[in-house]
Design a protein around this ligand. Structure first.
Ligand code: HEM
Length: 525
């Protein structure tokens, strides 16, 4: 029997085993939905036969390349906990594989060389996002994250210039420092002598991260938005509501089929959130008088972008920069709590920065230049991103064929995905991949490794436009917290289940204990 067939059979068997474990989760309504989806898959399979595949495409191994296999994969997704395990298993075996899901076939690239070919490509036909991003559309509309062609190119240039240049980033330090003050104060209220925190850490961090995005885009805090009479939700509740709805569709992908979603009562909430969050942003752009020079309205209007265009970019920055940063902070604190020795080294480094008058003001506020001196903290942050990448999945739908190597060409119309943990846990680039080893990110190690082996913010022309801002937030917040507190956790990494949510999210809030430093001479910082 050909090797590829054997591999496919083996993988279908793996999936069937995963499937057997979860069969007991089925209710009648789920079964009806799945019967309906089987019908859609059947139509899809008939459609697939008509699509001309590129060179070597048929030899790409992977589960579910037939009707029943596609359905089995969907069943596997019924149990989100199994999805990460199944994908990690496939990534451990193959540099490239394909799998059928819902009504699509997805090719997963799992080697830095293949990722470089696609994500490094400057061909605009290789930049469009895959079908999974449609879940984000009600919130972020056609802003930078989802737009393509000339619109994307112009907006990327304008936003880079006005939101993420060296000078603008430097000006954000004031906001980041002020939010760090709030964070340190809130944690102080939680830090009792050794008892567990009353409020999950991510909830404390959320407010600060959301305020930073709304400050830099609209010049005001998220808490300053007045409620509309027609809805009970505050602006922050809308953004969190949108996040939860997107997560639902990601974790239960059958809701991504509009004809099914329409029957879910949450679709009304989605409409309300979509309408009123846009209304809030638009009202703010039209009515708020902003004297601080903050916000992107003036600069973007001068570049010829309409108010509607600015509103979609504000919502895109919130959609792209809020949940990602909150989860990354939570995961980073967790890994520091699990590795007290590394936490202590980061604390000593932070102390040396806070004691340097050139890098820190008398109020304990960091200068922008201080961040590049937090070298060990940055190594630990990168190692946290490697081990548990917040943005664990990215996807393209290519509009022109792409040749990956002499043997494989992907045809136009292929949905291509990268499962980031697969790349990050390749022992060829990261020996003992499950271990937390910040020294992997020393300058020498970075120099000797493919830049396409580490992708927390993706790579190439469509990488994360906000990566420097996110790094600023993470380093500033963490340095301030370590200067004041010690972070502990009662959880163990092996017991925490991470779900393939909108971001890689712990199933339950992580349990942290925050203690003031033993001898704390820095109360005011
Ligand atoms: C730890 C925090 C963050 C992580 C892990 C992260 C990760 C990513 C990744 C992986 C992508 C690429 C998606 C793809 O290839 O399809 C991306 C794109 C993007 N991110 Fe971030 N991001 C973070 C923070 C931010 C922040 C703070 C902002 C803005 C305030 C932001 C705005 C965006 C936008 C607008 C895009 C789309 C860029 C384009 O398509 O040209 N992100 N992000």
């Amino acid at each position: 029997m050909p090797k590829v067939v054997l591999i496919s059979l083996k993988m279908s068997l793996d999936l069937s085993l995963a499937l057997t474990k979860i069969c007991d989760c089925f209710t009648l309504s789920n079964t009806i939905i799945l019967v309906f989806l089987s019908f859609l898959l059947l139509l899809y399979n008939l459609q697939q036969r008509k699509i001309k595949k590129g060179k070597g495409y048929k030899n790409i191994p992977g589960p579910g390349q037939h009707f029943l296999g596609g359905l089995a994969n969907l069943w596997t997704m019924r149990n989100p906990k199994a999805v990460i395990k199944v994908l990690e298993g496939l990534c451990a075996k193959y540099p490239i594989f394909r799998a059928n899901l819902i009504s699509h076939e997805i090719v997963f690239l799992n080697s830095p060389e293949y990722v470089q070919k696609l994500y490094g490509s400057k061909d605009p036909n290789h930049g469009a996002k895959g079908f999974a991003y449609n879940t984000l559309k009600p919130l972020v509309r056609d802003g930078l994250l989802l737009s393509t062609g000339e619109k994307w190119k112009t907006r990327r240039k304008v936003l880079n210039k006005h939101m993420f240049s060296f000078k603008t980033l430097q000006s954000y330090m004031k906001i980041v420092n002020s939010e760090s003050d709030t964070l340190v104060k809130s944690l102080g209220e939680c830090a009792t002598a050794g008892s567990e925190m009353g409020k999950p850490l991510n909830e404390i961090v959320e407010a600060s991260v959301l305020n930073i995005v709304t400050q830099i885009t609209l010049g005001k805090n998220a808490t300053d938005f007045k409620k509309f009479e027609e809805t009970d939700l505050t602006f922050a509740e809308m953004i969190n509501g949108a996040k939860n709805l997107i997560s639902k569709k990601v974790l239960e992908p059958w809701w991504q089929v509009d004809q099914i979603w329409r029957f879910n009562s949450l679709s009304k909430l989605e409409k309300e959130i979509s309408e009123f969050s846009a209304k809030h942003v638009m009202n703010s752009l039209v009515n708020d008088v902003n004297t601080d020079g903050l916000g992107i309205k003036k600069d973007l209007l001068a570049e010829g972008i309409s108010l509607e265009g600015i509103a979609e970019e504000v919502l895109t920055m919130i959609g792209g920069g809020y949940e990602t940063t909150v989860t990354a902070l939570q995961i980073f604190f967790f890994l520091l709590a699990l590795h007290p020795h590394h936490q202590e080294l980061c604390r000593q480094e932070a102390d040396s920065i806070f004691e340097n008058e050139d890098l820190c003001t008398s109020q304990g506020h960091l200068e922008y230049g201080a961040l590049s001196k937090l070298k060990y903290l940055e190594m630990c942050m990168n190692e946290a991103f490697r081990l548990l990448p917040t943005a664990f999945f990215s996807m393209r739908c290519i509009e022109a064929p792409i040749k990956l190597d002499e043997d494989i060409e992907l045809p136009s119309g292929t949905q291509v995905a990268v499962f980031t943990p697969g790349i990050h846990k390749n022992p060829k680039f990261f020996p003992e991949p499950e271990k937390f080893k910040p020294e992997r990110f020393s300058p020498e190690e970075i120099k000797n490794r493919s830049p396409f082996a580490f992708l927390p913010f993706s790579t190439g022309p469509r990488n994360c436009i906000g990566s420097k801002l996110a790094t600023m937030e993470i380093l500033s917040f963490t340095a301030r917290i370590l200067r004041n507190y010690e972070i502990y956790t009662t959880d163990r990494l092996e017991d925490v289940v991470f779900l393939p949510n909108l971001t890689l999210t712990p199933e339950k809030p992580l349990n942290f204990i925050i203690r003031r430093r033993a001898a704390d001479p820095y109360q005011n910082i």
